[in-house]
Design a protein around this ligand. Structure first.
Ligand code: ATP
Length: 302
């Protein structure tokens, strides 16, 4: 057996997040466009008798028991393959927690790849993706990376051929938002409005912008059905979103369930200006620059 495997997996932003009506089972059908960006968590997996997790830097927001998504991923792979070995997982978290950037999902995807290599279970990417889909809506995409349309609960993926590289600034808030709370608020707002919620569909203008690598058109086409709910729960986000024009960004959007706001900018130089501007205006705890698309979970070293 290998002594140690290190796997790196990216954060995501949703370029579009269309949320369908509340289903009887409590979930929503989605039509989303995932985009993997260059901000990563690493998972280091080492042989052990049982399955455990530690953090390189302690964080009270991240559980260290069976509720940790990395532990859930290792358990799911062990169960699917009949593997009796354990693993000691160490997480180097750079993706902010509860930020709408799918950091926990990145850890789950990285753990699947790391344990598969450590244990020699040698599953195909499709087999890993099947297990990933049982762990959460964003986990299969963290395996795949790039830019992809997600339908169903977000786990049915089809890659999008996007031209070129896009430059982002991620405005990270001081405090996270709970994804279920944001969905509940979205449902509440919709019920109060009383209008029929259409089935979710991918936006043609967004797809055309991606195919042609047109950052300006992409900035104009960004959309998120959860944004109103996230802003309702965190009114300060309205000011952050409003800074986009003043700072010369091509567009800004709440990422997933928030509260991170993703700013699309013209160039790496513009990203520095926007990051400095956001920090100077006191609109975020941290402004992280990242390019996209980037690949999904991959082995860094064994
Ligand atoms: P989502 O993918 O649901 O949009 P998110 O990106 O907003 O989530 P995450 O960083 O994935 O947020 O964390 C959501 C919650 O999951 C955290 O509040 C934490 O309690 C729990 N969690 C479980 N495992 C992990 C993990 N490995 N890293 C971060 N959070 C985890």
């Amino acid at each position: 057996m290998r002594q140690s495997v290190t796997v790196r997996a990216p954060a995501k932003v949703n370029l579009q997040l269309a949320v369908g009506p509340l289903r009887p089972d409590g979930y929503h059908d989605l039509a989303t466009v995932f985009h993997a960006v260059g901000l990563y968590d690493d998972v280091i997996a080492e042989p052990a008798d049982d399955i455990s997790v530690t953090l390189a830097e302690p964080d009270p927001e991240v559980p260290l028991d069976g509720g940790n998504l990395a532990v859930r991923a290792a358990n799911a792979l062990a169960e699917a393959t009949g593997m009796a070995e354990g693993v000691r997982l160490r997480l180097v978290k750079r993706i902010p927690v509860a930020a709408g950037l799918a950091g926990g999902s990145a850890d789950a995807a990285a753990t699947l790849v790391a344990c598969d290599a450590l244990w020699g279970t040698a599953l195909s990417r499709d087999e890993l993706a099947e297990i990933a889909a049982t762990l959460g809506s964003d986990v299969p995409f963290a395996l795949l990376g790039g830019t992809a349309i997600g339908t169903g609960r977000g786990t049915l993926l089809s890659p999008v051929l996007a031209r070129g590289e896009f430059h982002w600034v991620l405005a990270v808030a001081a405090e996270g938002l709970s994804t279920p709370t944001v969905y509940r608020e979205c449902d509440r707002l919709r019920e109060a409005a009383g209008a029929e919620v259409p089935d979710p569909a991918v936006d043609d203008a967004l797809m055309a912008a991606l195919r042609s690598g047109d950052a300006k058109a992409l900035g104009a086409a960004l959309s998120n059905d959860l944004q109103e709910a996230a802003v309702g729960l965190r009114p300060a986000l309205a000011q952050t979103l409003g800074a986009a024009a003043e700072l010369g960004a091509l567009g800004a959007i709440v990422s997933g369930s928030g509260p991170t706001v993703a700013f699309l900018v013209r160039s790496p130089e513009a990203a520095i200006d926007v990051a400095v501007g956001l920090t100077a205006m006191g609109l975020c705890r941290d402004a992280k620059r990242a390019g996209g698309p980037v690949p999904g979970a991959k082995v860094l070293r064994t």
